[in-house]
Design a protein around this ligand. Structure first.
Ligand SMILES: N[C@@H](CCC(=O)N[C@@H](CS)C(=O)NCC(=O)O)C(=O)O
Length: 272
């Protein structure tokens, strides 16, 4: 699937733009709200780019236990291991206007989807080349991931529909090597709240280092999108008090960061 983006680009280059139409479908995991909301940090890496670029797309909601069934049915190869099929996935349907058969491709990793969209929809640009993306992910992983796992991930089931929550309870203890409740308690004992407070201050310093609203100042990089994804995970699927604390500790820098993404359209579509 790695080269699916390239193959589609080749095809698009062969065809003149007015001789085909392109449709996108984003496969996403729903919350239990009506309408469902997008909450997964990985999916937000793709959805954030679609929204920011104002690309037209539709969403197909797939509950956790149905991901492998739906993707296998569409002919997607298994990745093996504990998570053989994952979302986000994006279907690209290219329909030639001469009536010949549509070409369908599936992109099955958030980074591939984001890159594909940036290559095919250059405006507004997202900086993918700067080392800032790697730095942003590193800052998050080193300072906040552990706290997010304890305070956000462990309670995600509260925001999921019943069957997805049951799947979560069945699968996650296998990674955690213990029941979710015990794992959360372990993270609390290891100082999850203190780590969250400290980590959010480090993150705010990092985001604000060029004057904000984004890490490089005015220019949006894929690193900003990745950070947005993690924050949306907490905002949309974490307990309310955790998000309120995160907002407080992120301070004015975080407020400006989220507001800038509201204003540039990246958060314009959450439910469809
Ligand atoms: N590298 C992948 C990771 C995606 C991923 O881990 N997705 C999770 C949802 S957040 C998933 O689909 N899990 C399926 C499962 O747990 O069975 C990407 O970013 O696209």
């Amino acid at each position: 699937m790695q080269n699916a983006g390239n193959r589609i680009r080749q095809l698009q280059n062969q065809l003149k733009p007015d001789t085909m139409t392109t449709q996108y479908t984003l496969f996403d995991i729903p919350t239990n709200s009506t309408p469902p909301r997008s909450w997964s940090p990985n999916v937000w890496n793709a959805r954030g780019v679609l929204n920011y670029k104002k690309v037209t797309y539709e969403t197909e909601w797939v509950e956790y236990p149905d991901i492998r069934v739906r993707l296998a049915e569409l002919g997607i190869p298994s990745k093996g291991g504990l998570m053989p099929y994952t979302l986000p996935m994006m279907r690209v349907t290219i329909t030639p206007t001469d009536g010949s058969e549509p070409q369908i491709k599936y992109l099955t990793d958030s980074a591939d989807i984001a890159k594909y969209l940036n290559d095919n929809h250059p405006e507004p640009p997202i900086d993918f080349d700067s080392p800032i993306t790697g730095e942003a992910v590193k800052v998050f992983n080193e300072n906040l991931m552990d706290a997010f796992v304890g305070l956000v991930l462990c309670d995600v089931d509260l925001s999921l529909p019943e069957r997805s929550a049951a799947y979560f309870h069945e699968t996650r203890p296998k990674w955690m090597m213990m029941p979710i409740k015990e794992f959360k308690q372990k993270k609390l004992n290891e100082g999850a709240w203190e780590k969250m407070e400290k980590g959010m201050k480090v993150l705010a310093d990092f985001i604000g280092k060029n004057g904000g609203p984004f890490v490089q100042g005015e220019k949006v990089s894929y690193g900003d999108i990745r950070l947005l994804g993690y924050l949306m995970w907490a905002r949309e699927a974490g307990p309310r008090d955790v998000w309120e604390k995160i907002e407080g500790w992120g301070g004015e820098v975080l407020q400006r960061f989220m507001k800038a993404f509201e204003e540039n359209g990246a958060l314009s579509r959450i439910t469809y």
